[in-house]
Design a binder for this molecule. Structure first.
Ligand SMILES: [Zn+2]
Length: 128
């Protein structure tokens, strides 16, 4: 952790009441806390609750049903859904590069169907 004023390395200085590491600058004696992790940006939804919401939506539960089960307002559920989608898009853009389309077809649903192991909900040999 670097002091914002002096631009020198700070020393560890106990823990904040929320468990984050505190630091103190030896020169100006100001104290700092390590940067808070905000995986959901400005959302204050607990991460386990957000995970539960997404899990229910993935299982096919409607937004209003998810609202009733989790107690999270539907507007926040939809914002969470958009955020998760944007993060997935970003992850795909970062991780999936330089893949030949022919390679994807070879390992896609048709190849699975030929092996006699079709993906759920699809008939073998049918064009997707
Ligand atoms: Zn300082």
């Amino acid at each position: 952790m670097t002091c914002h004023n002096c631009q020198i390395q700070c020393r560890r200085f106990g823990k904040h009441r929320n468990g984050l590491q505190r630091y103190r600058c030896n020169q100006c004696t100001k104290t700092f806390t390590e940067a808070h992790e905000r995986p959901l940006d400005e959302m204050r939804l607990p991460l386990d609750k957000a995970e539960n919401v997404l899990r229910l939506l993935l299982e096919g539960m409607s937004v209003r049903s998810t609202e009733r089960v989790t107690g999270v307002h539907r507007d926040w559920i939809l914002r969470l859904l958009v955020l998760a989608g944007e993060r997935c898009q970003k992850l795909m853009d970062e991780k999936l590069k330089g893949i030949d389309v022919a390679d994807m077809e070879r390992d896609g649903p048709r190849a699975m169907a030929r092996k006699g192991n079709p993906p759920a909900g699809r008939k073998p040999g049918k064009n997707v």
